[in-house]
Ligand binder design. Structure first.
Ligand code: GLY
Length: 367
């Protein structure tokens, strides 16, 4: 079944998120947006490109006059200004003009980097997001955050660049590696925890179907996440308030990601950070003990970690606080009042944060 979620700003429709089961709806959607006979550059990484760029290019070519494919090496290590420069040179060599478009085909790194290239090339050209990982379908392709890492600082340089279209072909999830799929579930569970208790219950009662990747259940789940994200970004497109709630689990999560040198996946780190944040919420008297344990254990059936054995607690705390944005703007920690209701806490002590880190630090006992 085709589904469309429309995203507005100041009550004006800005772009559609289209959920489909193949790439066939891409050309008509782009034609409707007025891209006929323009040129496009398709940006993808060297893992996703061999899988889908031929099929997607064939669809794009029904509308665009010329489509040039640019690839970069897959992985977070590529998400930097050097790669951006190389891509911008590729766009220039392809003769891209202001009226042309960038098409991002891939996961979070691709969407962030291609979106950023589109934001700065000739002061901004159109971008179409075609996310191929669960994580990018439910979160990063929506809402216009783009950018790259700078030295050790994650997402330090970037721009808000709203896409012209987000086109999700859910059938590509069938071939997504299990660990990557589970990582995406870290962001899916986040929506239930921060803003929608009935979605949280729905996820728990559909965990078997989700794990089996039943199409109808996945489509419903992804659509619901898109609606959650749409609600938040419409309210606060530039993260001056509530959009920060989407960072639940990310403060300690990003620190672990950095500490482990990106060997753990983003959603795995978000799961660990979410358990730590739920624990702190319990310690602060917001959640009951039972609620905390229920939240913690919910990550397990979705293949996500709830503890980690080889971390240095003090180092994680240091990384949490040395995050450049946290250092410049102060840490905005996201805690839970209850399942389905998150809030921003600006006054946590080091001890509070450390207690959360210790909770997820698994230490084998000698008994
Ligand atoms: N991924 C968090 C946000 O879009 O704000």
């Amino acid at each position: 079944m085709s589904r469309t979620v429309s995203v507005s700003m100041n009550k004006k429709p800005i772009y559609d998120i289209k959920l489909e089961q193949d790439f066939a709806g891409l050309a008509p959607a782009l034609e409707e947006l007025g891209f006929k006979d323009r040129n496009a550059v398709l940006i993808s990484d060297d893992k996703v490109s061999p899988m889908y760029s031929e099929e997607v290019t064939a669809e794009l070519s029904k509308v665009f006059e010329k489509v040039t494919v640019l690839t970069f090496p897959a992985g977070e290590e590529s998400k930097n200004l050097d790669s951006v420069t190389a891509l911008l040179r590729g766009m220039l060599a392809a003769g891209l003009k202001r009226s042309d478009a960038v098409v991002a085909l891939g996961g979070g790194v691709t969407g962030d980097m291609a979106g950023f290239c589109a934001a700065i090339y000739m002061r901004g050209i159109s971008v179409i997001q075609i996310p191929t990982s669960l994580l990018s379908m439910v979160d990063s392709s929506i809402g216009g955050k783009t950018g790259v890492d700078l030295d050790q600082y994650k997402n330090m340089v970037g721009a808000f660049k709203m896409p012209s279209l987000v086109y999700i072909n859910t059938s590509v999830l069938r071939s997504l590696d299990k660990r990557q799929f589970n990582s995406g579930m870290g962001e899916v569970l986040k929506y239930g925890l921060i803003m929608d208790a009935s979605f949280y219950e729905w996820l728990l009662s559909n965990m078997v179907e989700i794990d089996d990747r039943e199409s109808a259940v996945l489509e419903e789940m992804i659509e619901h996440c898109c609606i959650c994200k749409q609600r938040i970004v419409e309210r606060d497109p530039f993260e001056q308030g509530d959009r920060a709630l989407l960072n639940f689990g990310h403060t300690i999560g990003h620190a672990i990601e950095k500490y482990k040198d990106f060997k753990l996946l983003h959603g795995e780190c978000v799961a660990l950070g979410s358990v730590a944040a739920a624990y702190i919420s319990w310690q602060k008297g917001r959640l009951s003990k039972d609620e905390y344990y229920e939240i913690r254990d919910m990550f397990v059936p979705f293949g996500l970690p709830i503890s980690i054995d080889d971390i240095d607690d003090e180092e994680i705390l240091k990384l949490t606080k040395s995050d450049k944005k946290a250092a410049l703007n102060g840490i905005k920690f996201i805690l839970l009042k209850r399942v389905g209701k998150a809030y921003i806490e600006k006054d946590l002590s080091d001890e509070d944060i450390l207690a959360g880190i210790k909770e997820i630090h698994y230490v084998e006992s000698n008994d």
